[in-house]
Design a protein around this ligand. Structure first.
Ligand code: HEM
Ligand code: HEM
Length: 482
């Protein structure tokens, strides 16, 4: 018989919570835990702490360029992508796609290999970025090796889920009798999984590109490094955050918002329209940048790049409209209070729209500045996406699913208002002030403080979620019988 996995990520009624808590006592270590713990520790150290220090350092210097902070900014970007986002994505997916009993050992073996290689990769990269700066061959080799570790970790993770996951059938969770000897039909993949597969494609591509990116940006020829970074880092960051991360959030969100967050069911037509605009926007943004750059950023040559921003904005509008997060909550889970995660999810959606609007406004702002490109403006858009949208989604989801898997009720949990206020206020100030630095140097110093405001907000959430994740004994994971 195929058992439905009671710890698969999905959210529950009070009766299911009690059942889950009962099952928890007989189960093995839940795989999501080490991944979520590593993700939380990463964001509080090499992620946002380092980011806040770098922001302060750049603010004191009054410039984003040619800085002693550059290697730390690059280490920060790497640890945020593969550590903060990567660990949460891998932990969520491995927990969600539980294995069959026959493949349980392989599943755990591969999961721990992915975790160890990714952790080691982040640590080595953190050391290699500053030490390989002068193209020291040993440290360049360490940097390339760290990126290889990360790429192997991603490949092992995808292989793991592909080969060990239990494939749900149409008979699961229903009272239909399965005729002896007849294999029940496999469940059809939901439309939301198109976003997940798009994301996985980019996750594999960007991680396989990483060793080459490190090698080509740490050569002995400084000018060649600068040329490479200027040409390739913009499309690389788009592929990482708008190709891998955002579609993953869309796919998981649109499949789980109604079940987990008490929102209305998403609209398939709007969601798929969002996907089409998003893919078109992403391709224009990547190809458009390469063309813009190779044309010497001459006026008119950035049309496709800026069109990409408009299409991405439209994609964001359709996804948000599809999501159902604005329609009144139905309190399906029987909660008396609005779920604490709902405010994070809604605010994340607002940030996605803000980032979209900023991409549309980009050519007009550049026109005002009479510049073909602005590091400050791109940095502000990036953090509207990465902090406002992505990080806030991770916080919202983890605040719901971690207590849920542990059998704890949402209403017994702290509401996390200080985190919500500090993170949103800090990020709003960072985004506005970073844009303002292009107009007045007086904006640098106040911008330098905003990273610490965000960090305090994150640390308050981090302390709470770690205290849940590090609890003894309350674990839940049951593999499927076949
Ligand atoms: C406390 C929150 C954060 C602070 C204070 C911070 C700080 C910084 C600073 C100072 C820079 C360089 C200047 C700039 O481009 O604006 C930067 C760049 C970057 N950050 Fe963050 N950051 C934070 C959160 C995040 C998050 C959550 C992510 C991803 C999930 C992220 C990803 C990046 C990336 C990809 C870059 C670009 C690196 C490059 O190629 O130049 N940051 N960040
Ligand atoms: C790594 C390789 C992966 C494969 C081969 C895979 C495969 C699939 C397939 C075939 C489905 C349709 C239903 C089913 O058969 O289970 C599905 C659904 C889903 N996957 Fe994945 N997936 C992968 C990774 C991920 C990741 C990384 C996440 C999120 C972090 C994720 C989240 C979901 C969600 C939310 C659904 C839809 C809702 C549901 O059925 O509950 N998957 N996946």
């Amino acid at each position: 018989m195929a058992l439905r996995n009671p710890a698969a990520i999905g959210c529950s009624t009070a009766r299911q919570l009690a059942e889950r808590a009962r099952l928890a006592s007989c189960a093995k270590v839940a795989v999501y835990r080490p991944f979520f713990i590593c993700g939380t520790v990463t964001v509080l150290t090499a992620g946002c702490l380092l980011g806040a220090l770098a922001l302060w350092g750049l603010a004191m210097q009054g410039s984003y360029l040619a800085s002693a902070w550059t290697p730390y900014v690059l280490a920060h970007a790497n640890s945020q992508l593969y550590g903060w986002v990567g660990f949460f994505v891998m932990g969520f997916s491995l927990q969600h796609h539980a294995p069959t009993v026959a493949k349980l050992k392989l599943y755990h073996g591969l999961a721990w290999c992915s975790l160890a290689l990714m952790g080691l990769g982040i640590l080595m990269r953190f050391l290699a970025e500053p030490l390989a700066r002068e193209a020291d061959p040993t440290w360049v080799a360490v940097g390339v090796l760290s990126a290889c570790f990360q790429a192997v970790a991603v490949v092992l993770f995808v292989t793991n889920t592909t080969f060990t996951r239990y494939r749900p059938t149409e008979a699961d969770g229903s009272s239909l009798l399965v005729v002896a000897g007849e294999r029940p039909k496999l469940k059809r993949a939901a439309w939301q999984t198109s976003f997940v597969f798009l994301s996985l494609f980019f996750f594999v591509v960007v991680s396989l590109a990483e060793p080459f990116v490190f090698a080509l940006s740490h050569r002995a020829d400084r000018l060649a490094n600068i040329q490479f970074v200027a040409e390739w880092f913009a499309p690389l960051r788009e592929a990482q955050f708008l190709g891998f991360v955002a579609p993953m959030v869309f796919g998981v969100g649109l499949s789980k918002f109604s079940e987990c967050m008490d929102f209305e069911n998403p609209s398939k037509a709007l969601g798929l329209a969002g996907l089409a605009f998003w893919i078109a926007g992403l391709l224009c943004r990547i190809q458009g940048w390469i063309h813009y750059f190779r044309s010497g950023m001459e006026p008119g040559s950035g049309t496709v790049y800026f069109l990409g921003g408009v299409l991405l904005c439209l994609g964001a509008v359709f996804v948000v409209a599809s999501s159902g997060v604005w329609r009144p909550s139905t309190f399906r889970s029987g909660a008396q209070l609005a779920l604490r995660s709902q405010k994070f999810i809604r605010a994340a959606m607002v940030w996605l729209l803000v980032a979209g609007a900023m991409m549309v406004a980009e050519p007009f702002v550049l026109g005002l500045l009479s510049q073909p490109f602005s590091h400050a403006y791109i940095g502000a858009v990036r953090h509207a996406v990465t902090v406002g949208f992505i990080s806030q989604m991770i916080i919202g989801f983890s605040a719901r699913i971690v207590p849920n898997i542990l059998g704890l009720e949402d209403r017994a949990m702290p509401r996390l208002w200080p985190t919500f206020i500090l993170l949103n206020a800090g990020n709003a100030a960072r985004v506005v002030l970073e844009v303002a630095t292009d107009f007045t140097p007086n904006a640098f110093v106040p911008m330098g403080v905003t990273g610490f405001v965000e960090l305090i907000g994150l640390a308050l959430w981090g302390g709470h979620i770690l205290s849940l994740l590090l609890r003894n004994g309350r674990v839940s994971e049951v593999a499927h019988a076949k």
